[in-house]
Design a protein around this ligand. Structure first.
Ligand SMILES: Nc1ncnc2c1ncn2[C@@H]1O[C@H](COP(=O)(O)OP(=O)(O)OP(=O)(O)O)[C@@H](O)[C@H]1O
Ligand SMILES: [Mg+2]
Length: 311
């Protein structure tokens, strides 16, 4: 979101002061962010900070109590997830969502089919009748379309190399957790999105699996895909992001370039666990040796994510 002075930011997606309350809890509290074409923006913050709730709001899974969501300059607040998908927003979920009884290929084909269905006329009955008519009258055209979609799904699966290709006909439920996450991303890619929204894509992955995921996301970024990411693994965040937004207790507490964010004392405090530090600070206690050790650990975790060490 930092642009050369004088240039006009090419904003694809914008969130203006969105708030979401659940009973007495404000899960997202007046958060704003914008994403320009081809950018990777990461949202980080401690558990319960409101990251997934924010992503639910901006993918149409939930509706904000206040605020506005804009896509290509147009207000899309309250638009359904299907219509947002048709406009190029694809997402994956924190806990992974695949069709367990379908094969890897069929899971990915669902993404490709959804894209076609979303692109076709939206009259519920007439649209369905038109599909049946097409199948009856032009079976060869349908076969060609099916073959093209299959080839496309296979090409997407091939991006995941030996992780998914040998398992293309296996039911998704038989895959490892990491592979199910890969299938979910493959399905999102089959929508040919303009923005890929990933909620903790490396959750449950070990170090080498995480490194592979980093490579894949870097590749998608190089291909020009715009990416919105939630991730707890800060090394990954620092390597991928053009811009980082930090949430804590629903509020945006920091935003900026990865380098700036990782050295921001407010961010380090948030990662330390505000209850612990806040309680001590509130009591006017001098930080103990233990707390300064933790402070250093949080600082190191953030700083060690790049070449530069925090002072
Ligand atoms: N549907 C809901 N009803 C009530 N409270 C909710 C609901 N969804 C989320 N919350 C609450 O909102 C707060 C933010 O939750 P959210 O899942 O957005 O956090 P998060 O930053 O994604 O956390 P994590 O890193 O653990 O995934 C939490 O206190 C959570 O319990
Ligand atoms: Mg979450």
């Amino acid at each position: 979101m930092n642009h050369a002075s004088g240039s006009i930011p090419d904003i694809l997606f914008e969130v203006r002061s969105v708030t979401r309350r659940f009973d007495g809890l404000t899960a997202v509290d007046g958060v704003s962010l914008s994403v320009t074409h081809g950018e990777c923006v990461s949202v980080i913050g401690p558990n319960g900070a409101g990251k997934s709730t924010l992503f639910n709001l901006l993918t149409g899974m939930d509706v904000p109590d206040e605020g506005e969501i804009r896509l290509d300059g147009e207000d899309v607040t309250g638009t359904s997830p299907e219509r947002l998908a048709a406009r190029g927003i694809a997402r994956t979920f924190q806990h992974g969502r695949v069709f367990g009884n379908l094969s890897v290929l069929d899971n990915v084909l669902i993404g490709a089919h959804s894209r076609l269905a979303l692109a076709r006329p939206g009259w519920p009955v007439v649209g369905a009748c038109a599909e049946v008519l097409r199948a009856l009258v032009r079976p060869s055209a349908l076969r060609r379309e099916e073959e093209a979609l299959r080839a496309e799904a296979q090409a997407i699966i091939a991006r995941f190399g030996s992780r998914l290709s040998p398992r293309i006909d296996q039911p998704a439920h038989s895959l490892s957790y990491a592979n199910r996450r890969r299938v979910e991303i493959a399905r999102a890619l089959a929508l040919q999105p303009r923005i890929l929204v990933l909620d903790e894509p490396t959750a449950g992955m070990n170090e080498s699996e995480t490194a592979e995921m980093l490579e894949l996301i870097l590749e998608l970024k190089r291909d020009g895909l715009t990416i919105l990411l939630i991730e707890h693994k800060l090394d990954l965040v620092m390597r991928l992001s053009d811009h980082v937004i930090v949430l804590d207790n629903g509020k945006k507490i920091a935003a900026g370039l990865p380098d700036d964010v990782r050295n921001d004392p407010t961010v380090i405090e948030a990662y330390l666990g505000h209850r612990h530090v806040g309680a001590r600070a509130g009591q006017g206690e001098k930080p103990s040796e233990e707390s300064s050790e933790e402070h250093n650990a949080a600082r190191t975790e953030l700083a060690a994510t790049g070449a530069q060490q925090a002072a």
